[in-house]
Design a protein around this ligand. Sequence first.
Ligand code: 5AD
Length: 479
Amino acid sequence: MSPPKNPLKSPLKSLIDEPSVPPTPRRYFIETWGCQMNELDTQRMAGQLMQQGLLPIQDPKDADVILLNSCSVREKAENKVYSRLGKYRRFKKRREDLLIGLCGCVAQQEGERALRRVSDLDFVLGPARVGELRQVLEKVRSGRRVVATGFPEERAYEFDTIERDGTYKGMVTIIEGCNKRCTFCIVPTTRGPERCRPFEEVLGEVRHLLELGFVEIELLGQTVNHWRDPHRDLDFADLLDAAARLPGLKRLRFMTSYPRDFTSRMVEQFAHHENICPFLHLPVQSGSDRVLRRMGRGYEVGAYRELIASLVRARPDIALSTDIIVGFPGETEEEFRQTLELVEEVRYSSIFAFKYSPRPGTAAPRLGEAVDDAVASRRLQELFAIQSEIQRELNEVLVGQTREILVTGLGKHPGTQTGRTSCHRVVNFTCGDSPHALGTLTSVVIEKALPHSLIALPSSAPSVGVSAKPRNASLPVVQ
Ligand code: 5AD
């Protein structure tokens, strides 16, 4: 029998270094762009990597696995991913074993093309294949380049392996994909057709998160309020009602709602359950009926206004936010003014506004003349200026008031932390030498209002509702 190759190796090391087993990468880095669905997909992938013994790392240069979880909703985001891939592939010169994977919506959109375009890319993993990361890595380690895209019927969804450390709220996907056909939007192509998770499975995951100590739960879906139980006659209002009754749930949110699918029973839930946060993100996209028609949104501004009025009646303290696209093909100055009017009337607590960006395979580019980029930029700036003033005014009303906030991270300056009010406003507050754990609730007094955030001091009242198992106060490692 030949002597062992290296007699000085520790027994553990020799086990790991078994000649037939390839060296296992030890550290991972995931860069995430885009929506909350992507954030959650990142947590799902991180969980699978950690199960394989990999640990997160802050600097991609030292990683053994780099994943780019991409967004393709606008062209800019897509370009960014390719430029990042160009940067990361250079790390392979130093680290031969480095594996690079393109994930998220650009992965689904590009598929094989991405492998051809970037020679050092090892695999492409679409959003509906996130649960297969482990198997894909196995294939990659055996020397293959892999494309895992598309929308299989049976998909792995293991919620108990999701890596939730460093996050302050428990996110729960309830519906994936989108069946709408908005003429500007690429999401139905990249995230596929709607698939709803069953009622019991969703509630099971929410209970699991409450047991872990989360006090805030966010239900997620591209059209979250279009959720229906796949087997029984239960809709999103039933799900909200059931979730809000779960003991220990202090804050329930959901994202993103589609205006046309918002029923009066859903509105009523805001009145019935105080722990449903008085906040709703309700993308309107435009204040012009002609533009909405060409966007294929399926509602008119009048119906949207009525919906807002009924929400305010049900929950007078409700804060609203929205998405707006400026410069949709053929949008006239008058149509843009109608958007400004709506924004001034609703007085949103925040808006996400974007210049229209043509997306492959969508109908919008054929529906009107492209708006000049300089005109679209000017419209966007005008919109932001009006909104900024509205936000400052709305925030000013809160000065002197006590608010309960959920601690979301460390602040920019030593001795400060950040948090969110129940209506989702960002609060920077002084914590001194004793920072609160992420994901716990505390009371603060608002001292100062800025357009995009509030400054606060701890309230003298004792902090309330601290979660059962506070998690670490360090900032999330996964970005
Ligand atoms: N151009 C600009 N903005 C877009 N959005 C979606 N598609 C596009 C596009 N092609 C915006 C919408 C949507 C948000 C997530 O992104 O406002 O609600």
